[in-house]
Design a protein around this ligand. Sequence first.
Ligand code: NAP
Ligand code: ZN
Length: 334
Amino acid sequence: MRVNAYAALGPAQAVVPWSYEINDVQPHEVLVRVLACGICHSDVHMIDNDWGFSRYPLVPGHEIVGVVESVGAHVQTLQTGQRVGIGWQRSACGHCEDCLRGQDHLCDESTGVITHGYGGFASHVAVDARYCFPLPESLPTESAGPLLCGGITVYSALRAAGMGSGLRIGVVGLGGLGHLAIQFASRMGNHVTAFTTTEAKAYEASKLGAHDAILIRDGRPVRRPPRPLHIVLNTVPAPTPTDVYLDLLGSDGVLCYVGAPTTPLSVPLWPLLVKRRRIMGSPIGSRATIIEMLENAAAFGVRPMVETYPLARVNDALERVRRNVVRYRAVLLA
Ligand code: NAP
Ligand code: ZN
């Protein structure tokens, strides 16, 4: 079958109509008709080849909600007509140490929806059935997609950084990822401080569940939170000063990066050493954590706030992401 898509044909270019053929759905794959697809800042990094491994034509889109249209011969867990979500990951080896301990998102052989194939700015997508997740009914089609990359990334990172309840958690950057981090952290019983460069978002942050919001001016928060933080989650796609956020952490505090600029971190050792603080990074999340995250999103009322666009207006939506004016995630509708 012919898949109608939008693709970037070279670095930093607008996406244009482009099509490709899916001849056979592989035995372990499912073919999904796309209903909605969020625009993650990673799509922008990939279009621009910021990370140096983009392949063109590049069909972006890895926050997909769709309907299973056909299933491969070996697929037993999904049925035609089922509503599913698909995120960044396309497959994993299934037998390495990371896969065997349920950390398949850390697998060396892991492949991505848009890095090793064509993504969701399209009529259809075919992926490994293990990376298609049935969606809880209460999650609406047009706003569930951002959970599959943005949501799982912040949920998994916060869990890995030690999030339970009763902690003081800072979230830097209130975009697609950040607005979901605030919701997960606050709804699961933590005290949340939002750090934003956008004045209007500082006023809106309480609607997302933040207990405090602090403006960033000239790269620095204009004031300190009243008490030291246990975790700071940095979601910013551009370089930010490390020392400033380390300094807001208490003893054993964790500074966790999910935002993915390419410039190396410059880290002073002393603030780590004297307070036993740690710095970590975290990619997406495992299959098991995706299922847990979707259940908790449904149970705790975590809802991506989205602006929707018809797929034909994809370049307008991308432009708004680049200008940082989206509240809080742009979603393309079929
Ligand atoms: P986004 O929706 O564009 O939001 C990023 C936010 O960062 C902006 O809304 C803005 O918030 C803040 N910001 C501060 N300075 C900025 C600058 N110079 N340029 C752009 N934004 C700036 O992005 P996203 O989709 O949340 O993704 C954020 C980052 O996470 C990207 O680097 C993306 O590639 C990465 N990511 C990583 C993973 C992973 O697995 N680790 C998964 C998904 C995405 P304020 O207006 O509040 O300041
Ligand atoms: Zn993403």
